[in-house]
Design a protein around this ligand. Sequence first.
Ligand code: ADP
Length: 241
Amino acid sequence: MSILIENVAKTFGQFQALSPLSLQINEGEMIGLLGPSGSGKTTLLRIIAGLEGADSGRILFGERDVTEVHVRDRKVGFVFQNYALFRHMTVADNVAFGLQVLPKKQRPSDAEIRQRVSHLLDMVQLGHLAGRYPAQLSGGQKQRIALARALATQPEVLLLDEPFGALDAKVRKELRRWLRSLHDELGFTSVFVTHDQEEALELSDRVVVMSNGHIEQVDTPEDLYRAPNSPFVFDFLGNVN
Ligand code: ADP
């Protein structure tokens, strides 16, 4: 699913969190939104998801104008930094949740839901934990379950807000590799927020560098590395060399 963001702006009270900005995301692309804290990354992601309304502008998913479409009907998967799993539900019930709350006409039968959950748990290699509760899992396992839950409804767009921010370096690296291979296998379009330059460069097809509610640069990791316009990226690369 391609995504077109056209002149989208957002203010909170007097504060302009996003200046009118535009961005074209191609079908099947993985886009990293990179920038310092407060640059507007999460606001843009939430507007794409429909969790937040824009003040002006349009959002298109393919040919479909979704600007006024409720989050429930945008058919996106969303992964939060802090996993947001339901504590009182087992792993299997957490993954099934998105399917069980579908409107009746779209909801698969209980048998189909069980089958799909088992397939998703196999895909994230956590089938053996189906009966556990979130408190019994490590951070990396919780985030894999959150990803399985987000993918349960087979969204064409997967949105992730700092998905690995709470994990230690080794687990982050593993999960990045694993997210990228899942993305390549299933073919969904994906946008993730990060303030970690290394993560953006390693995982993205193109990186969108944001600052003060603007888009400063959109480039492939290679081109960004060669010619960083943004002081935020430049400082980082400068430190590495
Ligand atoms: P980032 O994800 O890049 O850290 P955000 O999109 O979360 O940035 O925030 C951009 C700016 O908008 C910040 O200054 C933040 O304080 C402000 N902001 C975000 N959400 C709200 C809100 N619900 N109410 C008021 N201000 C907000």
